[in-house]
Design a protein around this ligand. Sequence first.
Ligand code: ATP
Ligand code: MG
Length: 239
Amino acid sequence: MIRVQNVRKSFYQGKLESKVLKGVNIDIKKGEFVAIMGPSGSGKSTLLQLLGGLDVPDDGTIKIDQQTIEKMKEKERTIFRRRNIGFVFQNYQLLHNLSVEENIAFPLHADGKLNQEGRQRISEMIEAVGLVGFEKNRVSLLSGGQQQRVAIARALVNEPRVLLADEPTGNLDRAKAEEILALMVSFHRKHTQTIVMVTHDIFAAGFADRIILFKDGGIERVISRKEDDYAEYLANFMA
Ligand SMILES: Nc1ncnc2c1ncn2[C@@H]1O[C@H](COP(=O)(O)OP(=O)(O)OP(=O)(O)O)[C@@H](O)[C@H]1O
Ligand SMILES: [Mg+2]
């Protein structure tokens, strides 16, 4: 589903180059749930942005479902993103002044799909994330956990093939984090989306099939729960 080959990305401050991704290779299967962990500044969010077509690599190639992201024109990439990729961020990134319903409707609206079927989808999503009765509430007045549930509903309302989540539980306490993870896992099981989730939390990463350990712009190791040294290695890596 996702193939990343030799991807490089640098940012510049004047002439000073900072190499953020230094030749990354990843293959993620359809329906797989992958976590990415690694130190601050190691390039995790940068990679996620490239996977979602929010930016393009300097070198190398990214394919999502056989389609090459960096070959698309910007307009094409926007449409591809809207139809195929759902995003969830640590700080929710909702439209503060709009209601729960209006936020979830947004991707459908942008894609001209706010018809009867679309409206039906919105109510299904509101129910699935446990926000029935909050439809007309302004999102800025909701709790963090509730806001993240709105964000998940918005990310998934278009039934994207891929869900990209950048520290989706980073602002939540353990109980709320568990709720959000359970929600992601239940959608994942039901609709077999491919999920890539960046997290600092070993507990959150434990929900994933595989964990990609990132360090200094490259992959240090890919590890799965089945491996004997899983818990110990992870704890050491994150220490
Ligand atoms: N748009 C940008 N312009 C300039 N530098 C950037 C940009 N985006 C990221 N960087 C730099 O690239 C490096 C990697 O950033 P990135 O956000 O990918 O790290 P991260 O692994 O997600 O870190 P964290 O765990 O703190 O979120 C950092 O040094 C950051 O300052
Ligand atoms: Mg980040």
